[in-house]
Design a protein around this ligand. Structure first.
Ligand code: SF4
Length: 296
C-alpha cells in the first residue's frame, strides 16, 4: 500500500504555539506543573500527553484558591476579559497563548464597541473563541446563520440605527459568513466586515481535495471533539471515497488496509506523533511493529 499525506495537514500555528508555551511554562514550574483554562487542544491523546508533562486543564467553574501563585495558560481560543480579571484576582500568573489571529478579532471587537458600533459575531455562540471575543464588546450579538442575522436589533440608546461591524469566528465556513454578510448588508446602511476567517481550515480542505483525486480512500486523524477534524471527514466523504476518522492507529478499521493508495490528513489539533503512528500502521498493513521498523 502507498500512503500519501495531504500537502497541508495537522497542527496549525496557533495550536502549536499554545502547546509549546504550555510545555515551556510547565518545564519552568519547578515540578509544580501549570493549569490551562479549559483543555488546550481538542484532541484527547494530546491532552493526556500534556497532563503527563505537568499541564492540567481546569474549567472556569473549578477556578479557586488552588491557582494562587500558580501559572494558568490561556488557550488558543482566548478568553473574555472577565476570565483574566478573575484569574488575576485569585493570584494566578497568566501565560497568554491566545492565537494572534484571535487576539486581532478581540481587539477589533473592542475597538468597534468603544466607537459605539454594534458588533455582530458570526459563529457558534457556545464556542470558547466566540465567548472570548464577545467579552470585548459587551453589547455584541452572536449569529449562527442568515436566519439569526435577520433578527439582529441594532437600535441605539436613542432609537437610532447603529453602524454594524461583522466579525467571524476564525473557523466559520466562507459561504456561511457571506450569507450572513448578505442579510446584514440588505438590512443596515452601514456595515463593515472584518476578514477574520483563518486560512488554516480552508488550506487543509483544499489540500484534501487535491489528495482525494489521487487516492482510493482517505483517513483523517484527529479528535472526535474537534470541529475542524469533523469538517475534514465530511469533506472527505463528499468526494465519494471511503473515509474514516481515527484518533489513534489502533482505531484503523480492517477495511482501511484493503486499498492500494490511501490518503492521510489530520485536524489542526493533531500532534505529529499520532499522524506518524497511523501512517506507519497503514504501511505495515496493520501488522504489529517489528524491532527496527520505521517508515519516516
Ligand atoms: S485555526 Fe487559525 S485561528 Fe485557530 S488557532 Fe489555528 S491558526 Fe489560530
Amino acid at each position: 500500500m502507498t500512503v500519501k499525506r495531504a500537502a497541508v495537514m495537522g497542527r496549525c500555528m496557533g495550536v502549536k504555539r499554545a502547546a509549546d508555551l504550555a510545555l515551556a511554562a510547565a518545564a519552568e514550574s519547578g515540578g509544580r506543573g501549570v493549569f490551562t483554562l479549559g483543555p488546550l487542544i481538542h484532541n484527547p491523546q494530546a491532552v493526556a500527553e500534556l497532563e503527563a508533562a505537568g499541564v492540567s486543564a481546569l474549567s472556569e467553574g473549578e477556578l479557586d484558591g488552588r491557582v494562587a501563585g500558580r501559572t494558568v495558560v490561556l488557550r488558543a481560543h482566548g478568553v473574555p476579559p472577565s476570565s483574566r480579571e478573575r484569574l488575576l484576582a485569585l493570584g494566578a500568573r497568566i501565560v497568554d497563548a491566545t492565537c494572534p489571529r484571535v487576539l486581532t478579532s478581540q481587539r477589533r471587537a473592542a475597538g468597534y464597541a468603544a466607537r459605539g458600533w454594534k458588533v455582530v459575531i458570526a459563529g457558534d455562540a457556545g464556542h470558547g473563541e466566540v465567548v472570548g471575543i464577545a467579552g470585548y464588546a459587551l453589547s455584541a450579538v452572536v449569529v449562527g446563520g442568515p436566519g439569526e442575522a435577520r433578527a439582529v436589533d441594532a437600535s441605539g440608546p436613542g432609537g437610532e440605527i447603529l453602524p454594524i461591524a461583522l466579525i467571524a469566528q476564525t473557523t466559520i465556513k466562507k459561504e456561511e459568513y457571506e450569507a450572513i454578510r448578505a442579510v446584514l448588508a440588505e438590512r443596515f446602511p452601514v456595515l463593515e466586515v472584518v476578514d477574520s476567517i483563518c486560512p488554516c481550515t480552508e488550506d487543509r480542505l483544499g489540500a484534501l481535495a487535491v489528495l482525494a483525486a489521487e487516492v482510493d480512500a482517505l483517513v483523517i486523524v484527529g479528535g472526535r471533539n474537534s470541529a475542524n477534524t469533523a469538517r475534514l471527514l465530511a469533506t472527505a466523504k463528499a468526494f465519494g471515497k471511503p473515509a474514516w476518522l481515527v484518533e489513534t492507529a489502533a482505531e484503523l478499521p480492517p477495511e482501511a488496509f484493503g486499498f492500494d493508495k490511501v490518503g492521510l490528513s489530520a485536524g489542526a489539533s493533531t500532534p505529529e506523533r499520532l499522524i506518524a503512528e497511523v501512517e506507519e500502521s497503514l504501511c505495515r498493513g496493520g501488522l504489529p511493529r517489528r524491532a527496527g521498523f520505521g517508515v519516516l
